[in-house]
Design a protein around this ligand. Structure first.
Ligand code: ADE
Length: 223
């Protein structure tokens, strides 16, 4: 898979994708990620990419020209063009899974008050939000999407099973609590059943714990 990110803050988008599992996946050609500076497509002599709002209002908006030029130079027939915006569809594991099946993602990052709506209408296939809160810019959100997608690609995780047995995968439950050694720490014990070696019992315990945790922390998932 190839992912292109277009942003005013390439360092912010790049940093979380340049270490650990994701960097290893990139080194192994599981995913190719290229981060671009939006200003490089501006035809303005001062490389400006923003302007004031038509009809008035506070703040600035990204102008259409640099974004149209960026998409026109990076888009291929198989490309899915995504705009990161708090007005988008909310990112969930099911969306991540769909994205992980695409060949090419082109992610545009909003900034200031957002982007001129002609960009959305003419260029964007999917407006995406990472949650119901507002970040200072979309580069952080783009890195979140890339991390979640790349870890699902074949070869990204050492043990492919770890992307299957996890929260939000079928059925939609949070993961059960997990423990490592030592069996006793500061008077707190690992639950007996996990040390029993009885796999049927362990599975049943994990399922009950997952349901209880989901009921407590995310009852909306059970609706
Ligand atoms: N840009 C600012 N806030 C955002 C959010 N919650 N999701 C995606 N892009 C954003």
């Amino acid at each position: 898979m190839r992912i292109d990110i277009v942003t005013l803050f390439p360092e912010i988008a790049s940093a979380p994708l340049s270490d650990s599992i994701i960097q290893r996946a990139r080194n192994a050609d599981v995913a190719e990620v290229v981060v671009h500076q939006l200003r490089d497509w501006s035809t303005d002599k001062h490389r400006r990419v923003d302007d004031t709002l038509c009809g008035g209002g506070p703040g600035m908006l990204l102008k259409p020209q640099p974004l149209f030029a960026a998409v026109e130079s990076l888009r291929k027939p198989e490309t899915l063009v995504i705009l990161m915006t708090p007005q988008g569809k909310r990112l969930e594991q099911s969306v991540v899974r769909d994205l992980s099946k695409r060949e090419h993602l082109l992610i545009l990052c909003g900034h200031y008050e957002g982007v001129d709506h002609r960009v959305v209408e003419a260029l964007v296939d999917l407006e995406l939000s990472i949650g119901d809160y507002v970040l200072t810019n979309g580069a952080i959100a783009a890195a979140v999407v890339c991390d979640a997608v790349i870890r699902l690609l074949p070869g990204a995780l050492g043990d492919d099973q770890s992307s299957i047995d996890e929260s939000f995968t079928n059925p939609k439950l949070l993961e059960a609590p997990a423990y490592t050694k030592p069996a006793e720490f500061q008077g707190m014990s690992v639950p007996e059943v996990l040390l029993s070696g009885n796999h049927a019992k362990i599975s049943a315990w994990k399922k009950a714990q997952a349901e209880a945790r989901t009921r407590q922390n995310r009852p909306d998932l059970l609706d």
